[in-house]
Design a protein around this ligand. Sequence first.
Ligand code: TPP
Length: 333
Amino acid sequence: MEHNTKRIAKDFGLDVTILGKDKGHFSEAMEYNVPIVVRGIASALGMEPKIDYDEILKRADELKSMLPERMPCFCAGCPHRATFWAIKQAIRGRNVVFNNDIGCYSMAFFPPLNMTSSLLCMGSSLGLSAGMSQVLEDDVMCVVGDSTFFHATLPGLVNSVYHNLNVTLFVLDNEVTAMTGQQFHPGTPEDRGMPEGKKRIKIEDVCRGIGVGHVAIMDSYDVKNNVDIIKKALDFKGPSVLISRRSCALHGDRIKRRTGEPIIQNEVNKDICKKPHTCIRDFYCPSFEFDTDDRAARILPEICDGCGVCAKICPFGSIHRKGEEAPAKEVKQ
Ligand SMILES: Cc1ncc(C[n+]2csc(CCOP(=O)(O)OP(=O)(O)O)c2C)c(N)n1
């Protein structure tokens, strides 16, 4: 922008000084924040900033240290959490390379999942996997979102089919471009808020059309069945695509609130809970709270979105939907 501004000024013969990165008022690299911008403007104008930002930042750091540390995590009800839970069970005992991509699912890189081997840039995961699959003995898998599939994964998929590579691609289809604010994309179903006049393109149709030999669709919340579906895809020789489908929890809940569909939350039955804390430590859903009095898990009604996946993964079946006695079917840990 700075160089173009200079070019335009030159074209119009303007005798103006243009200040910016070239003269060192702003840095060439890294993200900007308010103090950086204010200091840059002040230095360009030869002034001292009127606010002492160093003091404010020091104070903010002090306050930050008072908060308990927590890794960024998936929202309550996020289907990605359930998909990764199933993937974790399915790859147990296998040598796997798992390349990540850019979207909400990038968080699988962080604890407690620690599940992916690389995280580079949008669309990189299948390209990297395609290369790796030609030199590694391991199962090579990668994950993209539905938006990233259309935006930056198609060339890698064509390449994988053309060379018949042993890669498994997970497409986490949550209907929207969740991370950047739930925008629609070509795969958003027409009846889930897609603007009128747009035509949905189904991810499975694209994959089959390109010639992917093994394409399966999973319900992200159906953790138990998904473990077997994933194992089968990993055993398949050639490129395989697994589409894990469930609405982004925030998007889905917004539609439910609009249509009046009830959100039935879950609760922990403290008489059954043996306090393994799987739900807090491993499942890492923000709707769980640790009760410091009795060391049991508690579900916060203001956060729980009623997805019910916690009930499926609880090793003691101590979680159930409010108003129901029995938990959902247990899933082996
Ligand atoms: C080349 C590039 N374009 C755009 C972005 C901005 N961006 C970050 S995440 C994202 C979309 C993620 O959507 P999706 O893959 O569907 O995953 P979700 O967040 O829904 O799980 C975009 C467009 C980017 N990081 N890189």
